[in-house]
Design a protein around this ligand. Structure first.
Ligand SMILES: Nc1ncnc2c1ncn2[C@@H]1O[C@H](COP(=O)(O)OS(=O)(=O)O)[C@@H](OP(=O)(O)O)[C@H]1O
Ligand SMILES: Nc1ncnc2c1ncn2[C@@H]1O[C@H](COP(=O)(O)OP(=O)(O)O)[C@@H](O)[C@H]1O
Length: 202
């Protein structure tokens, strides 16, 4: 029992729009989804650097700062992934309220979980970027040696091996890392965000 009926929200005076006006830009979430090793963190880092250089308030959320802290009691079953992503979405929503552009990089493998994330954050504040790299290429890169372990049966429920990844049907942006240069992809993403930020970021 969590007694939600007894939680009565306080009416705060400073709203998102006030913070956005003060910061000179809108706030929202850029959510990178894709297989392990697809390039989410690499691209997300570059995007954050570009925005930060322009004086935009940004913050990155990824496995390193979330799965080791807030979500250190969660693993990789379908239920744990959903709870991982639900909590992250709630945190991201708070950051958006605070006026930041959030760069989130999580495998987020299932359509229904990405729908949940979008509903929590709000469609208007959510930009989905699908980092589309084939499993074969991710496995070839094997940045962290995890595919090798998964193939050897040392890691269970590994995305792409014995756990599913469902491609997004309608992402706001799709980056095919085997076909497009990193620099070109970066330019394309920043260009897309320019409009959303409602200020010039050239
Ligand atoms: N079983 C299994 N499946 C997939 N990934 C695994 C697994 N075990 C550990 N790892 C490492 O954890 C990172 C993925 O965590 P996420 O929070 O992004 O996953 S999820 O969105 O909840 O599905 C992922 O990081 P990235 O490689 O950066 O994607 C892996 O390094
Ligand atoms: N076009 C590209 N975009 C992103 N990463 C690329 C690209 N081409 C090669 N890579 C390499 O692929 C790897 C992706 O790893 P990483 O960014 O950690 O992936 P993820 O965060 O999705 O697990 C890095 O070693 C990166 O240098």
């Amino acid at each position: 029992m969590n007694n939600m009926e007894n939680i009565i929200p306080h009416d705060f005076h400073i709203e998102k729009t006030d913070r956005n006006k003060s910061n000179g830009h809108d706030s929202f979430v850029v959510w990178f989804t894709g297989l392990s090793g697809s390039g989410k963190s690499t691209i997300a880092n570059l995007v954050e650097n570009e925005l930060f250089k322009k004086g935009i308030k940004t913050f990155s959320l990824d496995g390193d700062n979330v799965r080791k802290g807030l979500n250190n009691n969660l693993g990789f079953t379908a239920g744990d992934r959903q709870e991982n992503l639900r909590r992250i979405a709630e945190v991201a929503k708070l950051f958006v309220e605070s006026g930041s552009v959030i760069i989130a990089s999580f495998i987020s493998p299932l359509k229904k979980d990405r729908e949940l994330i979008k509903n929590i954050i709000g469609e208007d504040n959510f930009i989905e970027v699908f980092v589309n790299t084939s499993l074969a290429e991710c496995e070839r890169r094997d940045v962290k040696g995890l595919y090798k372990k998964a193939r050897a049966g040392e890691i269970k429920n590994f995305t792409g091996i014995d756990a599913p990844y469902e491609n997004p049907a309608n992402p706001d942006l799709e980056i095919k890392t085997e076909e497009e240069d990193l620099e070109d992809a970066l330019k394309r993403i920043v260009l897309h965000l320019e409009d959303k930020l409602k200020i010039s970021v050239q």
